[in-house]
Ligand binder design. Structure first.
Ligand SMILES: Nc1nc2c(ncn2[C@@H]2O[C@H](COP(=O)(O)OP(=O)(O)OP(=O)(O)O)[C@@H](O)[C@H]2O)c(=O)[nH]1
Length: 568
C-alpha cells in the first residue's frame, strides 16, 4: 500500500483484514491522485468484469471521454498534461486522430462492489475500421458516442452496424452538451429514427467538462453483460486455457506484446503456450512459447503474473514476427488443445501503392521496418515489387488513402525509413483470352495492381473495376451539389432519405477509382466541411477502359488499357 492514501480506520484494518482495507482505500486513492494500488485479479471473477469499446465518428470525443473515465477511476491524474492519453503514437498526437485501438483496465466501485472495466478506445476514421471490428471481438458492449451539435454521421452508422454484427449491447451517449450549438433533443430524435435507439436510454455528457461521466460508468456496470452472460464461451477459470489474441504491438526489446482476452482457464507467467494457427501450419513442429510477462494495461502495463477467464490483458512470450503472432488466433496449453474461436476475416486492401528505399542499399532495412510496423498495424498487405527506375521495393495494400499516408509517416517517425511512394491505384481485374501460345486453356482472371502488370491489350477479353457503396450524410441545402458530384464521378443513386428536417442520407454505387484521389476533399469543400462520408466494398463491374496512374520523372501520368498514355 506504499504511496496510497489510507484512512485511519483502514490503517487499523490493515493489520487484520487487508482485503477490505485495500478495497476501501483504493477508492480513496482514486480521488486523491495517489499512486495506484497493485491490482489483485482474483477479486474479479467474470461477473465483476465488463469489457467494452468506445466507438464514434471522427472527433466526436472518444479519446476525451476515455480520459475522463480514467481520471474518475484514478487510473490517471486530472492534469492538463493528460490529454488523449490513449493516443500515444506521435502520428496520433500530431494529427489529433486515433489510428490504433488502445486498451485500459480501470477499477470502478459500484454499490459497494469493485468492478474491473476494460475499455478499448477505437479510431473513428473509416480507414481504420478494421481496428474497431477486431477490438469489438474482445467486448460484450460499447459506448456509442454522438456529437450533440453534429448529430449522426456516416461513421456513426458504420460503427453501429458493426455492433449489430458482433451482437453487442449498446449504451448510446450524446457528447459535447456544453457546446452552445448542442441540440440534444434533435440528436436523440435522429438516433431514434435512424438506429431505433430509445431516447430514454441515451446519456447526455460533456467529456470535456466531466459532466455525467459517472452515469456512464454506472451504465457500463448495470447495462452491459459480464463476459459469462454471453454464450460464446464458458468463461470458467478452472477450465482449459483458451485465449483470443485480438491485437498486438511491437517493442524493440520485449518483442510482440499481444493483447488477449482469456475466454476460459488461466494464463500464467511461466506457462508454455501454443496456438491453433501454429499447430495447423506445421503439425510436427509443435512450436510453443514461454509466457515471460503477463498483466493488465492501466493504461501502462502492470505485471500481474496471471489473467483469469473473462479478463483482458497483455502477454509477452518471445514472439518476434507477424508469422508467429496471428491476430484472431486462439492460444492454449500445448498438452490441452481446445476448439479454436473463429479467426478474423483478413481485411481486403482497397488501395495499392509501391514503396522503394531512396537508396537501394537500404532495402533490407526497409524490409525489417515494414515487418515490425506491420506487427503494430495488421491491416496492410505487403508483397515484393520491382521497378525499372526505382529498383527493388514493396507493393503495399492499404485500407484507404489516410491509412497509406499514416503508414508512411509512421515508417519515417518510428523507424527512420525514408522512402519513395508511387501514386495510389485500385486493384483492377483483367479476364484473359484463352491462348495456346501462352498455355491459357480457358478465360482466366488476373488482378492488375500496377501499370507494369497491365497485360497486352490483344490478350484481354474485358476489364472490371472495384465498386463501392458510398454513404454520405449532408445538410439538406447541399443535397443537389453532392448528388451532382457523385453522378459526375460515375455514381448511380441507391437511396436518398431525410434523417431530420435539415439533413439527408444519400447512398450511391460508385467506381472506387473515382473516390481514392480527391473525392473526399471535393465533398468537404462543396459542403463547407459539413458532409461525412463512409463506404463499403461492392462487387466488381465490367469497364471499357482502365486507367492506372503512376509517376514518370516526377509527373503523374496515366497508362490506359488500350495502350495509350495521358496526363491525369
Ligand atoms: N466542447 C467540447 N469539446 C469536446 C468534448 N469532448 C471532446 N471535445 C473536443 O473534440 C475534439 C475531438 O475529441 P477527441 O476525443 O480527440 O475525439 P475522438 O473521437 O477520439 O477523435 P478520433 O480518434 O480522431 O476519431 C477535441 O478537440 C476535444 O477537445 C466535449 O464534451 N465538449
Amino acid at each position: 500500500m506504499r504511496g496510497v492514501t489510507v484512512c485511519a480506520a483502514c490503517k487499523r484494518l490493515l493489520k487484520t483484514n487487508i482485503s477490505i482495507a485495500r478495497r476501501h482505500c483504493r477508492l480513496l486513492s482514486t480521488t486523491s491522485n495517489a499512486k495506484k494500488d497493485p491490482i489483485d485479479l482474483t477479486e474479479f471473477p467474470p461477473e465483476q468484469v465488463r469489457n467494452f469499446g468506445i466507438i464514434a465518428h471522427v472527433d466526436h470525443g472518444k479519446s476525451t471521454l476515455a480520459d475522463r473515465l480514467l481520471e474518475v477511476t484514478g487510473a490517471i491524474s486530472a492534469s492538463d498534461k493528460n490529454k488523449q492519453v490513449l493516443d500515444s503514437l506521435q502520428v496520433e498526437r500530431e494529427r489529433g486522430i486515433t489510428v490504433k485501438a488502445q486498451t485500459a483496465s480501470i477499477i470502478y466501485r459500484h454499490n459497494n462492489e469493485d468492478y474491473l472495466l476494460n475499455l478499448i478506445d477505437t479510431p473513428g476514421h473509416v480507414d481504420f475500421s478494421y481496428e474497431v471490428s477486431r477490438s469489438l471481438s474482445a467486448c460484450q458492449g460499447v459506448l456509442l458516442i454522438v456529437d450533440a451539435s453534429q448529430g449522426i454521421q456516416a461513421q456513426t452508422l458504420a460503427n453501429f452496424y458493426l455492433t449489430m454484427e458482433h451482437e453487442l449491447e449498446v449504451i448510446p451517449v450524446i457528447n459535447k452538451i456544453d457546446l452552445k450549438t448542442a441540440n440534444v433533443e434533435k440528436v436523440s430524435q435522429e438516433m431514434h429514427k435512424v438506429m431505433g435507439i430509445n431516447p430514454d436510454d441515451i446519456i447526455p455528457v460533456s467529456a470535456k467538462k466531466g459532466t455525467n461521466v459517472t452515469s456512464v460508468l454506472q451504465a457500463v456496470v448495470e447495462r452491459l453483460p459480464s463476459p459469462n452472460h454471453i454464450d460464446k464461451a464458458s468463461y470458467d477459470s478452472s477450465g482449459l486455457l483458451k485465449a483470443l489474441l485480438f491485437d498486438s504491438t511491437f517493442e524493440k526489446y520485449r518483442g510482440v506484446i499481444a493483447n488477449v482476452l482469456v475466454m476460459e482457464g488461466q494464463l500464467r507467467k511461466g506457462d508454455h503456450i501454443t496456438s491453433a494457427w501454429l499447430e495447423s501450419k506445421d503439425n510436427k513442429a509443435k512450436k510453443s512459447y514461454e509466457v515471460k510477462d503477463v498483466g493488465v494495461l492501466r493504461p501502462e502495463s502492470e505485471n500481474t503474473g496471471v489473467l483469469y477467464a473473462g479478463q483482458v490483458g497483455y502477454i509477452v512470450c518471445g514472439m518476434r514476427s507477424t508469422s508467429e503472432a496471428q491476430i484472431g488466433d486462439t492460444l492454449y496449453h500445448p498438452k490441452h488443445p481446445v476448439e479454436p474461436v473463429p479467426g478474423f476475416v483478413k481485411p481486403k486492401p482497397v488501395v495499392f501503392g509501391c514503396m522503394f528505399p531512396i537508396d537501394q542499399t537500404d532495402y533490407r532495412e526497409l524490409e525489417a521496418a515494414l515487418n515490425r510496423l506491420s506487427l503494430n498495424d495488421r491491416s496492410v498487405l505487403i508483397e515484393t515489387a520491382r521497378s525499372q527506375a526505382l529498383g527493388a521495393g514493396f507493393r503495399i495494400g492499404f485500407l484507404g488513402l489516410l491509412h497509406m499516408d499514416v503508414f508512411r509517416q509512421r515508417l519515417e517517425q518510428e523507424f527512420n525509413a525514408s522512402t519513395v511512394m508511387t501514386c495510389p491505384t485500385v486493384p483492377y481485374k483483367a479476364m484473359l483470352k484463352p491462348s495456346k501460345k501462352k498455355s491459357i486453356k480457358e478465360p482466366t482472371e488476373i488482378i492488375v495492381k500496377t501499370p507494369s502488370e497491365l497485360p497486352d491489350k490483344v490478350d484481354v477479353l474485358y476489364y472490371s473495376q472495384p465498386m463501392i457503396i458510398a454513404t454520405i450524410i449532408t445538410p439538406l441545402q447541399f443535397d443537389a451539389d453532392v448528388v451532382n458530384l457523385c453522378l459526375e464521378r460515375g455514381g448511380t443513386t441507391i437511396s436518398n432519405t431525410n434523417i431530420s428536417d435539415t439533413r439527408v442520407l444519400l447512398q450511391f454505387r460508385m467506381p472506387m477509382s473515382e473516390v481514392i484521389i480527391d473525392f473526399y476533399d471535393r465533398l468537404k469543400s462543396l459542403t463547407s466541411g459539413y458532409a461525412s462520408f463512409d463506404y463499403e466494398e461492392d462487387k466488381y463491374e465490367v469497364v471499357n477502359l482502365v486507367r492506372v496512374d503512376f509517376r514518370l520523372n516526377g509527373d503523374v501520368v496515366s497508362e490506359l488499357s488500350n495502350g495509350e498514355w495521358s496526363d491525369s
